[in-house]
Design a protein around this ligand. Structure first.
Ligand code: AMP
Length: 225
């Protein structure tokens, strides 16, 4: 299954993507995480990406599409994947359609996470990521770690993303409205989009997503219902 997760910053895409991908047994591919890995490693690509991410702007398409194209050639994607944060504009959506068509595949479903903008800043301001693994995501109010500033999963140090500061978040929201919202229209025209409310508890949003995809709900212990 080729599943896309789209939504504004602060909608909880990363948090949901990790859980959905685990439930569906497909890899979770986040362009944001791929860029953060490059930035942490100080690669040339990372340095280029950083000038854009720190300003809340999109990384240029040729770089982003190249990164995704390479990632989709790895064997773990053969039975499907979940894309989180890609495509983020129409050019990327067309590029993805072409990449998939080349392997006689296509996008199967798109989940569009929706959240009022006034909730976004509050959510993002409290978000903390693990330095060792960016998939370990916490929130100082909604899902606090047991020990302050320490990852419950691996003991890594938690930090706030540089682009999670308020002014940058407002820029990212503007970019979302102008560049990414049309991507939803592109897939809506193909009848592939289900809009999900991203408000409420992580588990509730996950259950809405699974129901939208035709799966049963998951209880807190993680078994299907
Ligand atoms: P995210 O973790 O998805 O919020 O992404 C963090 C940042 O990485 C974004 O604000 C962009 O600067 C960059 N980025 C992630 N995905 C893309 C994409 N598909 N196209 C361009 N830039 C991206």
């Amino acid at each position: 299954m080729c599943l896309l997760l789209i939504g504004p910053p602060g909608a909880g895409k990363g948090t949901q993507a990790v859980r959905l991908a685990a439930h569906l047994s497909i890899p979770h591919i986040s362009t944001g995480d791929l860029f953060r890995e490059h930035i942490d490693q100080g690669t040339e690509l990372g340095q280029n990406a950083h000038t854009h991410t720190r300003a809340g702007l999109l990384v240029p398409d040729e770089v982003t599409i190249g990164v995704i194209k390479e990632r989709l050639t790895r064997p773990d994607t053969e039975r499907g994947f979940l894309l989180d944060g890609f495509p983020r504009n129409l050019a990327q959506a067309h590029a993805l359609d072409d990449i998939l068509a080349y392997s006689e595949s296509r996008v199967d479903a798109v989940l569009d996470l929706e959240i009022p903008e006034d909730q976004v800043v509050r959510r993002i301001a409290g978000r903390r990521l693990c330095r060792r693994n960016h998939e370990h995501i916490f929130h100082v109010d909604y899902s606090p770690p047991e020990v302050d500033e320490t990852c419950d999963v691996c003991g890594g140090e938690l930090y706030q993303r540089e682009d999670d500061r308020e002014r940058t978040v407002r820029k990212r929201l503007e970019v979302y409205r102008t560049e990414t919202a049309p991507v939803v229209g592109h897939y809506q025209a193909q009848g592939l989009v289900t809009t999900i409310s991203a408000c409420g508890q992580v588990q509730d949003v996950l259950n809405r997503s699974l129901v939208a995809l035709g799966y049963g709900q998951v209880d807190v212990a993680g078994t299907s219902g």
